[in-house]
Design a binder for this molecule. Structure first.
Ligand SMILES: NC(=O)c1ccc[n+]([C@@H]2O[C@H](COP(=O)([O-])OP(=O)(O)OC[C@H]3O[C@@H](n4cnc5c(N)ncnc54)[C@H](O)[C@@H]3O)[C@@H](O)[C@H]2O)c1
Length: 346
């Protein structure tokens, strides 16, 4: 079978550090035939360094050279470029978050349905070994029915000091839409996307008020820090389950905390590191994963899932309808914070 022809749009940090090496490691199945970036110098140098035959600064010019694209631009352009690619008959993997608004997400889904092409959103934590095993525990009934979950996406003073991450216009928000979204997605996936009843949230923007910034990931100007540095939320589901959520780019806490915990009717689990807790046989049983090789880049199973979905041999692990729900929750957290009210989904 011919190799799938892949294009990369936006060849900055994540394209070059995750997607490009993942596709290169699958070179029997896929070849990168075209790259696009509005930064002429960067796109030229990525094309030349990786011997990619076609490069451009205009994304429309890339479509005739590819079967599929991976979109890694700032969030503001996700919807526009995804819809243009789908309308041109090209499969799409789009970086997270799906788009800036849920309305844009709906338009992307409509374009994918009309074009009958794949639309996969790169919530890559779902492809980690721990997340895949945790989902199997739940699917196989090891914890019973998920009741109470916690999602924590907390970094101690690690605001991305590159790109446009602190621009509200280009990214739509900060720690919540950029980092917290992954752990909301993973929690909802493990809970099997129960219907949402209500979302209450709070977001904070304190760094813009501080002059003496301490940050471990580069520098940024507090005067242009327009987005949230912390966000918290409480989500109630119609089946009675609840999710407590915290995210931060700039926590003043001892350690980074990146995990999801689920307590179910018969057992529970933590995802990172992976642990299973059960109440069984009159005992409390704990199991820890003791062999998880850390050499697997989740970008590889993600790339395989995308390629195989384009070939019609798999379905995307992340459905765009699920990514839309994550965008609706994010919107509700921002709205709840602005209005001081819980947002009802009923
Ligand atoms: N899955 C993850 O864990 C993860 C990690 C980092 C970033 N991301 C996502 O990837 C996207 C890019 O992030 P990044 O860290 O690579 O940012 P970046 O700033 O390093 O790269 C973005 C690139 O897009 C280019 N660009 C901007 N507008 C464009 C347009 N209209 N057309 C073509 N190119 C355009 C820029 O010139 C830049 O080279 C964001 O949506 C971000 O949320 C995801």
């Amino acid at each position: 079978m011919e190799k799938l022809k892949m294009g990369l749009i936006g060849v900055g940090g994540i394209a070059v550090s995750r997607h490009l090496p993942s596709y290169q490691s699958l070179s029997d199945h896929v070849e990168i035939t075209a790259v696009c970036d509005v930064n002429q110098e960067r796109v030229k140098s990525v094309a030349s360094e990786h011997s990619i035959p076609f490069h451009t600064t205009q994304y429309e010019e890339l479509f005739p050279h590819v079967d599929a694209v991976t979109i890694c631009t700032p969030n503001k352009f996700h919807a526009e470029i995804s819809i243009a690619a789908l309308n041109a008959g090209v499969h799409v993997m789009c970086e997270k978050p799906m788009a800036l608004t849920s309305k844009e997400c709906e338009e992307m889904i409509e374009a994918a349905q009309k074009a009958q092409k794949v639309l996969l959103i790169a919530y890559h934590y779902r492809y980690t070994k721990e997340a895949r095993a945790a989902k199997r525990f739940i699917d196989e009934g090891e914890i019973g029915r998920p009741l109470v979950s916690r999602a924590q996406a907390i970094r101690r003073r690690k605001v991305p000091g590159w790109g446009v991450f602190t621009s509200k216009d280009l990214q739509g928000g900060g720690s919540l839409i950029d980092f917290g979204c992954h752990f909301l997605d993973l929690a909802l996936h493990l809970m099997e996307f129960p219907e949402i009843a209500e979302v209450s949230g709070a977001t904070y923007n304190e760094l813009s008020r501080q002059n003496d910034i301490v940050n471990q990931w580069g520098t940024f100007d507090p005067a242009t820090f327009e987005v949230d540095d912390h966000a918290t939320a409480f989500i109630k589901f119609k089946d009675g389950a609840t999710l407590l959520f915290e995210t931060s780019w700039a926590a003043n806490l001892a350690d980074d905390q990146e995990t999801v915990s689920v307590s179910g009717t018969n057992g529970g689990l933590d995802v990172y590191p992976l642990k299973l807790y059960q109440a069984k046989y009159g005992m409390l049983l704990d199991q820890s994963a003791y062999w998880i090789s850390d050499d697997e880049n989740p970008g590889i199973p993600q790339a395989v899932n995308f390629i195989e979905s384009c070939r019609g041999r798999q379905t995307p692990l992340i459905k765009p309808e699920e990514a839309l729900i994550i965008s609706r929750i994010i919107e509700a957290i921002y709205e709840s914070s602005d209005t001081g009210k819980a947002i009802s989904f009923t």
